[in-house]
Every structure is written in structure tokens, then in C-alpha cells.
Design a protein around this ligand. Structure first.
Ligand code: BGC
Length: 442
């Protein structure tokens, strides 16, 4: 496998999933704090109020990153920690926290890769109609501008938004915070966040920050289970409504005719203003790909059921299909003639509930090791085939608040004891450490 010496090996988390300290030092609530406080939204009624408490234990996280020997840590800034109202005055204590985080990473030789928006809109902005109101675009640009001016000289890698589809899930079908369920508003929200992304890229260029900026879009490619016209049509429809809704305008410069005509005929087309498409398509320095799996679909429920009971599955009942990473990289090149590098910004898998331990007492997460090594093999093939891929971030550094699954889905290569807040490497942490050493020829 050919990962060059400059290839970035990383681990990832996000503020809303690990920080805790939800009401400390002037932080304002985010939409996830409010959503999680409503009965029935999160598994077991848990909340992100404490989570892994990285707000007080960032040094523990840095020690773990050093243990694995990664080059970079992908983390996000909590908008409502640095700007409790989502706009206007900065919260100095919040800003200090990130200053300490970045200093500490840099001291350890680990490059911060910072996401501005990982799903945690300040509740104060939600009260002004959140991502549905175009005013949020200016607010996001204002927040981004402040972060670039504060940290543009120390953070080498930025992304504006993580997985814009989460806004659609939050406003269009109610599955995520803020839990609103209106198709047309969902489409407006996801359009606005892409425009906001472009406005933040403009702010980045204007700030004179020296690093690189991109956006993170997840690809879950649909595959037809049966070779029939109906299944192929379903694949087309789901690809269009899911990942292509974002990659088309950002990487390709326009929404597809398919999405525009379907949303128009369904009466849910968003308001697209002059200049929006240009903003969404602002040149970026890299494309951040989150890739977890493919999604086999069929209009025939029985065919779907038979497929999901078929052979190649992990213990958590997700399919083991590591070629998904190769497919996604090839796809964006085929569709858009991509000229910028790709960074895999997330990839990983989860155990449900307690993961089994080996005799040595460590969590023996053999499925995770199998999954990640399979993906890395296919990533290596993509590089060998000439695709420009610059880095890989495993999700996640540690077990954390997995959104609606609460603390029940465990993605970490470190286990987190949510009582004591101690962490401990799983077998996969040793495995990833050794893999990186070998890839670097150490
Ligand atoms: C998100 C993460 C999440 C992970 C695992 C990604 O969609 O960016 O926040 O924890 O998937 O579900």
C-alpha cells in the first residue's frame, strides 16, 4: 500500500459529542442540548451535558492521541461556547478553551483539523428560525470570520460544515435536532447551510489565514439489490436526494435537473437567490469525505430483508463493504472531474452496548480492526490508481455521545467510562498505532 510520507493519519471527534461542560463558563445551549432534553429523543434519555468531559480533560485526549501517534486531530468548535448568542460578543472563556486545545495539540506535534459546524447550532439562532431563515448565513460568516482571525495562524486545516445532510434530518424529517418536520423547510435549511459554507470560505480568504479550507460531505452510495428498472430508479432517486444534493452544487456548481424538477413538482423547492450557486461553488482546497458504507436498496421489501440477512455482515448487522471508500472517491472524480485532493475525514464502525473483552481485559474489537483495515486497503488501492488522497481520520478517538443513540453506540478506539470519565485503549488503538508506524516506515 502506498501512503506517502506526508499522508495525514488522524482521529476525529466533534465538540457536541465529547466536550460536555454544556452550561459552564458562559456557554449558551445548542440545539442538541435542547433536543436531548425532550423525552424520547435520545436512547435512554441521556444528554451531551457531560459526555467525555473534554472541556476539562483535553489533556487526557492529547495523551491518547500521542499514544496512537497520529499526525492530526479532527475536532470542532462549539459555536455557542465561543458565541453564546450565535452572533455579536465573543465569550472569552470559550475562546480560551480552544486556544489551550490548539496550543496543546501543536506542542505535541499534532495538527488541529477544525470543523466550524458539526451540527450544534446555538439555540439562540434556532429561536430566530435557525437554518431556515437566510439571516443565519450572515451569522455563520460572522462566526467563521472571528474564528479565522483568532486561530487562522495556528490551525492548518479547516472545514466549514460537517455533513450538511444533518440539517435536512433536523428540519425536514425531525430525526435530529432541532426536531422539526417540514419537507420544504428542510430543503431551505440544507440550501442555506451550503450558501453559508460559501460565505465562510469567502471569510477565510479575506482573513488571510494561511491554512486550507474544505467542506465535509458524506457519501452513502445506493446500490440496486435486483437488476430491475424499479430498483435502478430507486437508486437514482435516493442518490439525488441524499449525497448528490450537496456534492452537485459544491463540487459541480449546480443542482441537478432531477432534484430541481422533483422538488418543484412536490411543492418543496427552496428559494434560491441570485449568487447562491456561485457561493456554494467557491473554490475550496480539499474535499472532506465521510464514508461508512454503501446502502443496498430495493422497492421489494422482501428483497431488502433477504439482503440484510445475507452473508457479509459485522456483529452490529451492518454490511462489511470496504470498497465503499474506493467507490466514493472514484464517483466524485467521475461526476465532477475533481481537481482538489480528497481527505477521508471520517470512517469507522460501532459496537452496540458493551463490547466484549479479551483475557487481557482490553476490549477485543476485532470487527473494528477488520473494518478499518479493509477500508485502508481500498484507500491504498485508490491512491495506487492515481487518486489524490491526502489523509485518513478514523472515527472516533473515544466512545462518545452518538447523537440519538446516546452512549449506546460505541465508535471509539478508546473506551470511555462515563462514570469516572477514564479512558482506556481498545485492541484497535494498539492496532491503529502499529499500522501508522508501519505505514511511516518506523
Ligand atoms: C457524524 C458523526 C457521527 C458518526 C457516526 C457521522 O455521520 O459526522 O458525528 O458520530 O457519523 O455515526
Amino acid at each position: 500500500m502506498s501512503f506517502g510520507k506526508d499522508f495525514i493519519w488522524g482521529l476525529a471527534t466533534s465538540a457536541g459529542q465529547v466536550e460536555g461542560g454544556a452550561a459552564e463558563d458562559g456557554r449558551g445551549p445548542s440545539i442538541w442540548d435542547v433536543f436531548a432534553s425532550k423525552p424520547g429523543k435520545i436512547h435512554n434519555g441521556t444528554t451531551p451535558a457531560v459526555a467525555c468531559n473534554s472541556y476539562h480533560r483535553f489533556e487526557r485526549d492529547v495523551e491518547n492521541l500521542k499514544f496512537v501517534g497520529v499526525d492530526s486531530y479532527r475536532m470542532s468548535i462549539s459555536w455557542s461556547r465561543v458565541m453564546p448568542e450565535g452572533s455579536g460578543a465573543l465569550n472569552e472563556k470559550g475562546v480560551d478553551y480552544y486556544k489551550r486545545c490548539f496550543d496543546s495539540l501543536l506542542r505535541a506535534g499534532i495538527k488541529p483539523n477544525v470543523t466550524l459546524y458539526h451540527w450544534d447550532l446555538p439555540q439562540a439562532l434556532e429561536e430566530k428560525n435557525g437554518w431556515v431563515d437566510r439571516d443565519v448565513i450572515g451569522r455563520f460568516a460572522e462566526y467563521a470570520d472571528k474564528m479565522f482571525r483568532l486561530f487562522g495562524d495556528v490551525v492548518p486545516l479547516w472545514s466549514t460544515v460537517n455533513e450538511p445532510i444533518a440539517t435536512y434530518v433536523g428540519y425536514g424529517n425531525g430525526g435530529f435536532a432541532p426536531g422539526r418536520c417540514n419537507e420544504k423547510e428542510g430543503n431551505q435549511a440544507r440550501h442555506n447551510i451550503l450558501v453559508a459554507h460559501g460565505a465562510a470560505v469567502d471569510a477565510f480568504r479575506a482573513s488571510g489565514a494561511s491554512g486550507d479550507i474544505g467542506i465535509v460531505i458524506d457519501i452513502w452510495k445506493r446500490h440496486a439489490i435486483r437488476d430491475t428498472e424499479e430498483d435502478r430508479a430507486l437508486v437514482l432517486d435516493q442518490d439525488e436526494r441524499n449525497w448528490k444534493f450537496y456534492t452537485d452544487p459544491v463540487l459541480g456548481g449546480s443542482y441537478s435537473d432531477y432534484i430541481l424538477s422533483h422538488l418543484a413538482s412536490e411543492g418543496t423547492l427552496m428559494d434560491i437567490r441570485p449568487g447562491d450557486l456561485e457561493l456554494m461553488h467557491r473554490p475550496i482546497d480539499y474535499y472532506g469525505l465521510n464514508v461508512y458504507n454503501r446502502v443496498p436498496v430495493s422497492v421489494d421489501r422482501q428483497a431488502e430483508l433477504d439482503f440484510s440477512q445475507g452473508g457479509n455482515f459485522l456483529n452490529n448487522r451492518t454490511e462489511y463493504y470496504p470498497k465503499a471508500v474506493y467507490d466514493a472517491i472514484k464517483l466524485v472524480h467521475d461526476l465532477y472531474g475533481l481537481k482538489i485532493p480528497v481527505i477521508v475525514t471520517e470512517n469507522g464502525t460501532y459496537g452496540i452496548g458493551e463490547e466484549p473483552r479479551g483475557e487481557d481485559g482490553l476490549i477485543a474489537d476485532t470487527d473494528r480492526i477488520k473494518y478499518v483495515s479493509g477500508f485502508l486497503e481500498w484507500l491504498g488501492k485508490a491512491i495506487d490508481d492515481g487518486y489524490d488522497v491526502r489523509g485518513y481520520y478514523l472515527w472516533s478517538l473515544m466512545d462518545n455521545f452518538e447523537w440519538t443513540a446516546g452512549f449506546n453506540f460505541k465508535f471509539g478506539i478508546f473506551e470511555t467510562d462515563f462514570q469516572t470519565l477514564e479512558t482506556r485503549p481498545k485492541k484497535s488503538a494498539y492496532w491503529y498505532r502499529d499500522f501508522i508506524r508501519k505505514a511511516k516506515g518506523k
